[in-house]
Design a protein around this ligand. Structure first.
Ligand SMILES: Cc1cc2nc3c(=O)[nH]c(=O)nc-3n(C[C@H](O)[C@H](O)[C@H](O)COP(=O)(O)O)c2cc1C
Length: 437
């Protein structure tokens, strides 16, 4: 089946306005404008499109929470993409730019927003300028500005660059960042749908979520639900990285398995055995490479049932040589560095996790430290203003769940090696006879 999101793999320059229009671009927005905003929301709800930024929340449902009030409303496109191992939005932004712009405009029409803010991570410098260029081409085509497509509705699009902070991918921190405030999460409620950007009703959606919208409007909800599974429909981009032969983005229907995905990406690098999988970058729990895991359908609910999360589907492959204490420490270092410091459990918890895990890794800790990091992680769960605090517990708790012995091996005093006598060497002829030569 042709790609729905990674269309650049089949059509050169699909991200540019003219080529996009030649291939059916803006038919979705045209159709949406012939419908009422409520009908557009109902169609997206019916398609059961689930948010691709991590939580898998129904996009149509989120749009329906926006109250029908007078005054400005906003759409914020989450293009922060900072999760380790995630690089799918980047490909859409670079190579299928117009589909994202069209999807964001359909969302804006559905909630009657007057402006769209595309928040790109600081490192997406050139990508941001590319979006701005494409926005101007869409404007020349009549799709941005006043009276869009002849309708009595207008919308502006602004690109906003972050400064390269993981926390600004969290939706309420992102709103603060756009407002020029410190990028730290807000206390909720109120939720963004009611009081978001500049305290006005706001929808925040991930890039990939919005790129799904134009084909849904054109082809309908039944078509969309024929891809993937009943509860997790549609195509998904899986980012493959780590010890994999062919790292990169792969578009597959939701419900495909880890086994299929790994095969597609050329298998484990250098013919090694698979040891573990991180299904959602650093923020979701590690899974061991069992047959049950490998054959699990990649849907939001099936991966959750395994005790992990599909998240943004940034699949990091770890081979048999991976030291799980090292891997957990590497991830904790990331979360300690990125914790914004606003709430105590996350700020202090990530500090102590890094401190004691580092001691374990450097063999200056005791068995009590293994129990200590577990206790710290358990106490952090569900205590922070945003999910970063919970994400940070995943590498520790999941590594301990499946590979506890590896932690103990670092803290147990080395057993004295019994003195052994070197085996007597056999005469060459006798040795060859034993070997069957
Ligand atoms: C620490 C943290 C970082 C996040 N980073 C991103 C990100 O880079 N991109 C993204 O789309 N969502 C990110 N999210 C999720 C957003 O808060 C939000 O759920 C998402 O943008 C909603 O869009 P969706 O419903 O289309 O998935 C992050 C969440 C947390 C807690």
């Amino acid at each position: 089946m042709a790609n729905i999101l990674l269309r650049d793999q089949e059509i050169a320059d699909i991200g540019t306005y003219d080529v996009y229009v030649q291939h059916g671009g803006y038919e979705g927005l045209k159709k949406a404008l012939s419908m009422s905003p409520k009908e557009v929301i109902a169609l997206v709800k019916e398609s059961n499109l689930r948010g691709r930024g991590g939580a898998g929340f129904s996009a149509g449902m989120k749009w329906s929470f926006v109250p029908e009030v007078e005054g400005p409303k906003y759409v914020v496109v989450n293009a922060d993409e900072s999760e380790p191992g995630t690089f799918k939005d980047r490909q859409i932004l670079e190579k299928n730019t117009q589909q994202l712009i069209e999807g964001a405009l359909i969302c804006a029409y559905a909630i009657q927003a007057s402006a769209i803010y595309i928040y790109v991570r600081g490192e997406f410098w050139d990508i941001g300028f590319n979006i701005e260029r494409e926005v101007e081409k869409a404007r020349a085509g009549g799709w941005v500005g006043e009276k869009i497509g002849g309708a009595d509705w207008g919308c502006e699009i602004y690109v906003h660059w972050g400064a390269g902070a993981y926390i600004c991918g969290e939706e309420s921190a992102m709103l603060n960042s756009i407002e020029g405030k410190l990028g730290q999460p807000r206390v909720r409620p109120p939720f963004p749908a009611v009081a978001g950007l500049y305290a006005r009703p706001t929808v925040i959606n991930n890039v990939e979520t919005l790129a799904n919208v134009p084909p849904i409007i054109v082809n309908g909800a039944a078509w969309y639900k024929s891809i993937g599974t009943e509860k997790s429909p549609g195509p998904k981009i899986f980012c493959m990285s780590g010890h994999i032969a062919k790292p990169g983005n792969y578009e597959l229907p939701l419900g495909s398995t880890f086994r299929q995905l790994i095969e597609l990406a050329g298998g484990v690098r250098d013919g090694k055995q698979l040891k573990a999988i991180l299904p959602s970058g650093a923020s979701g729990p590690l899974l061991p490479a069992t047959d049950k895991v490998l054959d699990t359908p990649l849907t939001y609910e099936d991966v959750a049932a395994l005790g992990s999360t599909l998240g943004s589907a940034s699949v990091i492959i770890l081979d048999e040589d991976t030291d799980m204490v090292w891997a957990a420490l590497k991830m904790i270092k990331f979360f300690r560095h990125e914790s914004c410091g606003k709430c105590t459990p996350c700020r202090e918890g990530t500090y102590w996790l890094e401190q004691r895990l580092s001691a374990i890794y450097h063999k200056t800790a005791t068995k009590a430290d293994v129990a200590l990091i577990e206790s710290v992680a358990v106490q952090m769960q569900g205590k922070s203003l945003c999910a970063l605090g919970d994400f940070a517990t995943s590498p520790v708790l999941s590594a301990l769940k499946y590979w506890r012995d590896e932690f103990y091996a670092y803290v147990e005093p080395a057993k004295p090696v019994p003195a052994t006598k070197a085996p007597a060497r056999k005469p060459a002829a006798e040795a060859a006879a034993v070997a069957g030569d």
